[in-house]
Design a binder for this molecule. Structure first.
Ligand SMILES: CC(C)(COP(=O)(O)OP(=O)(O)OC[C@H]1O[C@@H](n2cnc3c(N)ncnc32)[C@H](O)[C@@H]1OP(=O)(O)O)[C@@H](O)C(=O)NCCC(=O)NCCS
Length: 147
């Protein structure tokens, strides 16, 4: 698997495709992705040139003192270890406490986060949505390094 940072129109469009397929309630326009690519580390994962996933590493902000790490793998490519590789790659860029956000209907994502030591902090609804997002947090640095 190759992981590349969003750096041009093609990688930006690929990142958006994965993001919007996995998180439809939070679908982003190309311009919104472009703006996020300046603030966050957005990366895309390919297996033999085939798009399989994308990730977000977001620095601490006014809203949260933790870094946010989110790995996403398209459903057709799950359970082959891509998620683990992508997640570990993202985690190596993070310092201090880490949080992640998973759509509550996303059983694969929730199980993955809980299996990696994340603990649920809260559930919140975006305006107009019916399915909540789950915010989870990973505090234990030792736990992270051991994995
Ligand atoms: C979370 C997510 C990235 C995991 O992606 P993935 O590619 O399926 O991850 P992996 O393949 O590394 O691991 C998933 C499972 O497959 C298993 N697996 C890994 N390789 C395997 C293989 N070759 N054969 C069978 N199973 C395998 C893993 O042990 C793991 O099992 P578990 O669910 O019982 O713990 C994916 O489900 C996703 O995109 N979810 C939505 C986004 C999200 O919620 N992200 C938040 C998490 S940071």
């Amino acid at each position: 698997m190759e992981i590349v940072r969003v750096r041009d129109e093609a990688t930006l469009v690929d990142w958006r495709r994965v993001h919007n397929e996995i998180v439809p309630p939070a679908a982003l326009t190309v311009d919104e992705v472009r703006e996020r690519a300046e603030r966050n580390v957005l990366e895309v994962a390919y297996d033999d040139g085939v798009l399989v996933g994308c990730s977000t590493v977001r620095p601490p902000s006014e809203e949260t003192a933790a870094m946010t790490v989110i790995a996403r793998v398209l459903p057709a490519y799950r359970r082959r270890g891509f998620g683990e590789l992508l997640y570990q790659h993202c985690l190596r860029q993070a310092r201090g406490p880490v949080e992640t956000h998973v759509l509550a209907s996303n059983a694969d994502g929730l199980r993955f986060a809980l299996a990696h030591g994340f603990v649920e902090v809260e559930r919140y609804l975006l305006p107009g949505d019916e399915i909540p997002f789950v915010e989870l947090r990973l505090d234990e640095l030792d736990d992270r390094e051991a994995r």
